[in-house]
Every structure is written in C-alpha cells, then in structure tokens.
Design a protein around this ligand. Structure first.
Ligand SMILES: CC(C)(COP(=O)(O)OP(=O)(O)OC[C@H]1O[C@@H](n2cnc3c(N)ncnc32)[C@H](O)[C@@H]1OP(=O)(O)O)[C@@H](O)C(=O)NCCC(=O)NCCS
Length: 202
C-alpha cells in the first residue's frame, strides 16, 4: 500500500502549520485529493497574556522591536520603515505613569502575544460605548502569519465585551492592506479613512 502525500506538518519559516489531508482510496493507492492548510486556526501554543503594572520594562522592550508597516511589503522603500518608526516612537513612548494610568483604566486592555513563554507581539484595545478600538497591534516578525494568529486571539478577547464593532485608524499602507485582508471595511469618520469590522453574536 502506498500513500501519496505530504507530511502532516509543514515547516514554513519558524511556523509549523498543520495540514489537513483527506485521502481517497483507490485500489492499493491512497490518493490525496484535498489539502487544506489550517493557516491561522492552528494556533495552539499561542496566547494573549494581559499586562500588569510590573510589565513596564518589557512593554518598553516590546516597542523597541516594533517596525511599522508603512509600505506595501513589496515596496522598494521598505528600508526606510525602521528609521521612520524610531523617529515616531521617540515622541510617542509612554512614561511609566502614563503606562500605569492606561493599564488601570477599565476601558483599556493590553496584552503580550506569546508563543509558549516568548513574547512575539503586542496588542492594545480600548472599549467605549459598545465599540472596541484597536489602539496598537504589532508582531516582531512580520509576514509569517503571526499577525493573523494574533488577530484571531484578539477577536476572542474582544468578543467577551460584546462590542457591536471593532475599529481602527492607521496611516500605514502595509497595515491597511493587512486589515482589509482580515475582513475590515473602509469607513470615513469626520473625513478620516478608518477601518471597521461589524460584530455578530448568535
Ligand atoms: C500589520 C501586521 C500586524 C501584520 O502581521 P503579519 O504577521 O506581518 O501578517 P500576516 O503574515 O499574518 O499576513 C496576513 C496577510 O496580510 C498581508 N500583509 C501583511 N503585511 C503586509 C504589508 N506590509 N503589505 C502587503 N500585505 C501585507 C500578507 O501578505 C497576508 O496576505 P495573504 O494572506 O494574502 O498572503 C504586522 O506586519 C506588523 O506588526 N506590522 C507593524 C505594526 C503595524 O504597522 N501595525 C499596524 C498598526 S494598527
């Protein structure tokens, strides 16, 4: 008997993604006729861990690994992203007291995105009048599927507060492409281009 197919796990970069293989039997040979890669949904070992007030040093370290997705990933200008990000963060980095105040606010939730014990991303949400805003959202290693997995985990935590919609604003083209791929629609709030996902609950 011969089985034609792929191994059950495929190593893509650092991500081991599970592959669902359906076999169809034909005489002595099992022919693989359906392969579906469980991209994003195979997120065992990945989780969001809520920040505490002791996490300020790690919070700062996390920001030192952020590079904004300013351009489409195929753009020749990508090499400028790191420099522009560092300049932007110089002005925006939160002080310890601001960090603590944000953390203590009932409307805010900040999470480290972990793969096993290791932090690989960060997300911050703000809840107000039945709406959830994505204040910050980044992974350290881009274009490897981590953003998609972190988004799935973010949806899980956001849904607990039952917002009617999730919204965000980002001026960065690369990030805009990502959010469109996650199903967000473009909306204009006071003439400013934003992204919105309507939530449904059964
Ligand atoms: C934006 C971000 C979260 C996306 O996460 P990621 O892990 O890089 O994205 P994924 O690998 O999960 O990609 C998901 C899809 O988005 C697309 N995408 C992601 N970044 C892109 C970019 N800069 N340009 C074009 N497409 C992009 C991928 O090609 C992929 O599309 P596909 O499914 O058709 O192949 C991540 O790149 C990041 O942290 N960027 C820096 C921070 C930032 O700019 N945050 C946004 C502000 S809210």
């Amino acid at each position: 008997m011969q089985i034609i197919g792929l191994p059950a796990h495929e190593n893509i970069g650092n991500i081991v993604q599970k592959i669902d293989i359906t076999l169809k039997w034909d005489k002595n040979c099992a022919i693989m006729y359906k392969i579906s890669r469980l991209k994003g949904s195979d997120n065992v070992g990945y989780c969001l861990v809520r920040l505490t007030s002791d996490d300020y040093p790690e919070f700062r370290r996390t920001y030192s690994k952020l590079v904004y997705s300013i351009y489409d990933k195929t753009s020749m200008l990508y090499f400028l992203e790191n420099k522009i990000t560092r300049q932007a963060l110089e002005k925006e980095m939160r002080t310890r007291s601001k960090f603590k105040a944000d953390l203590e606010s009932e409307d805010r939730e900040m999470y480290f995105f972990k793969r096993d014990e290791e932090t690989i991303g960060f997300v911050e949400l703000s809840f107000h009048k039945g709406k959830c805003d994505i204040v910050e959202f980044f992974v350290f290693e881009r274009y490897r599927g981590y953003g998609t997995t972190m988004w799935e985990k973010t949806l899980e935590v956001a849904r607990k507060r039952k917002p009617s919609r999730i919204e965000l604003w980002t001026p960065y083209i690369g990030a805009q492409i990502f959010w469109s791929k996650m199903g967000f629609q473009i909306i204009y709030i006071n003439g400013v281009k934003c992204y919105r996902l309507k939530m449904r609950y059964s």
